[in-house]
Design a protein around this ligand. Structure first.
Ligand SMILES: [Zn+2]
Length: 92
């Protein structure tokens, strides 16, 4: 999975995936009720030649084999990425 936002390319490294919880709920991916897993993955973002690794959280639909995120997760994942970038290139 490749996500592209502005000039930052991020890719998900699913090797380090951890299941945080599994909950029976209406899945917004396939619109059916089933166990939806919340997973934490390692993600790697590249911008202007700098690469950072950070953790990101997604929902996982086993029926569709799709990963997706809600707005909170999107915000949190983006924030984790920014924090990682700040560590290697502190902004004044
Ligand atoms: Zn589903």
């Amino acid at each position: 999975m490749i996500l592209q936002s502005t000039n930052i390319v991020s890719e998900v490294l699913f090797m380090g995936m951890t299941v945080l919880k599994s909950e029976k709920t209406i899945c917004i991916c396939c619109m059916e009720e089933h166990e939806v897993k919340t997973v934490q993955v390692n993600e790697r973002a590249t911008s202007k030649g700098s690469t950072v690794d950070y953790s990101a959280t997604y929902f996982y639909c086993e029926q569709a084999d799709e990963y997706y995120m809600n707005e909170d997760q999107m915000r949190e994942n983006y924030n984790n990425m920014k924090v990682s970038y700040a560590r290697i290139a502190p902004t004044p």
